[in-house]
Design a protein around this ligand. Structure first.
Ligand code: ADP
Ligand code: FRU
Length: 288
């Protein structure tokens, strides 16, 4: 069991479950609706908490009623929110999700009007008892300063960075982390057409990190800091019902396995198994 800090997003997800994806300008009825706390880092922390770790969340919330279900859910999963920053204006980030129960595909319309977690918030966090810090890589300028603080105060503290989308300055962070978790979207934005070719192309930008790139139902690839390529297939469940948050569950599986000192190859397999298991059920409750 480890002490883990996650710096990133928490959202309110309004998930409409439909029997087949609608056409543009259609009017369809949802078969069910779930309102649930989401957000990449928040989801990963909730899974890490299920895996037995002590988790803390650092992110922003707006001072409005939609923050309540998010805080309640964190509490239910024993995720500490003392480092959260409540901002007086703006809106809790909200995702309107169409979940197609026939395929498990999730289409997200995301609305955001909230400042990101700033360095001044991070500066107040006591880093002494932590064993891992995970960053979402949303605001590279601030995250760079956060990583510099970690390296100055706790050089041995391991850090991971999720790189989901291209954001100006994001590549300047690659040098500072132990584990880089890239998305297919990011790899494709760099012109790659496979996880392996992307990881090869990015190697020189992060010579001291273990690299991972997830590729949906094709599984995931990795490249160790020593240059050893590793890979896993996806573990597709008998019925794929909900892929919302698969990547967040995968990231939690990676962090957990690395904390258990598993090799990058074994970690990839463990993470893909957990993410595959998630795709066979609705939501991320009771995964362990
Ligand atoms: P995201 O949720 O961020 O879009 P991905 O689609 O890349 O993330 O998926 C992350 C991991 O989840 C994949 O590497 C794979 O192991 C697993 N996964 C994703 N989709 C499926 C699926 N349909 N069946 C089984 N596993 C899946
Ligand atoms: C899933 C998710 C949702 C959230 C969206 C934010 O990966 O974290 O819970 O609404 O992505 O982009």
């Amino acid at each position: 069991m480890a002490n883990i800090l996650g710096v990133g997003n928490a959202t309110l997800d309004i998930i409409n479950i439909v029997d087949g994806y609608p056409a543009e300008d259609d009017e369809v009825r949802a078969e069910a609706q779930r309102v649930y706390r989401g957000g990449n880092t928040a989801n990963s922390l909730v899974v890490l908490s299920q895996l037995g770790h002590r988790c803390r969340w650092a992110g922003t919330l707006a001072d409005e009623r939609d923050a309540r279900p998010i805080l309640d859910d964190f509490e239910r999963h024993h995720v500490d929110t003392a480092a959260a920053a409540t901002i007086s204006q703006g809106k809790v980030p909200t995702s309107y999700v169409i979940l197609n129960k026939r395929t498990g595909s999730r289409t997200i319309v995301h609305y955001r009007d909230l400042p990101e977690y700033a360095f001044k918030h991070f500066a107040r966090i006591d880093l002494q008892e932590l064993e891992w810090v995970h960053f979402e890589g949303r605001n590279p300028e601030a995250v760079k300063r956060m990583l510099q603080r970690v390296k100055a105060e706790r050089p041995e503290l391991r850090c991971s960075l999720e790189v989901e989308k291209h954001r100006p300055g994001i590549d300047a962070l690659f040098h500072h982390v132990d584990l880089l978790l890239f998305s297919r979207t990011f790899a494709e934005s760099r012109g790659a057409d496979s996880a392996e070719s992307f990881l090869d192309s990015i190697r020189n930008e992060a010579p001291e990190s273990d690299l991972v790139c997830a590729w949906g139902e094709q599984g995931a690839c990795g490249l160790t800091r020593r240059g050893q390529p590793v890979a896993t297939p996806a573990f597709v469940p008998p019925r794929v019902v909900d892929t919302l948050g698969a990547g967040d569950v995968f990231n939690a599986g990676m962090i957990d396995a690395r904390l258990r000192e598993q090799s990058l190859q074994s970690s990839l397999v463990a993470a893909a198994r957990l993410a595959g298991h998630k795709c066979g059920q609705e939501g991320i409750e009771g995964l362990v």
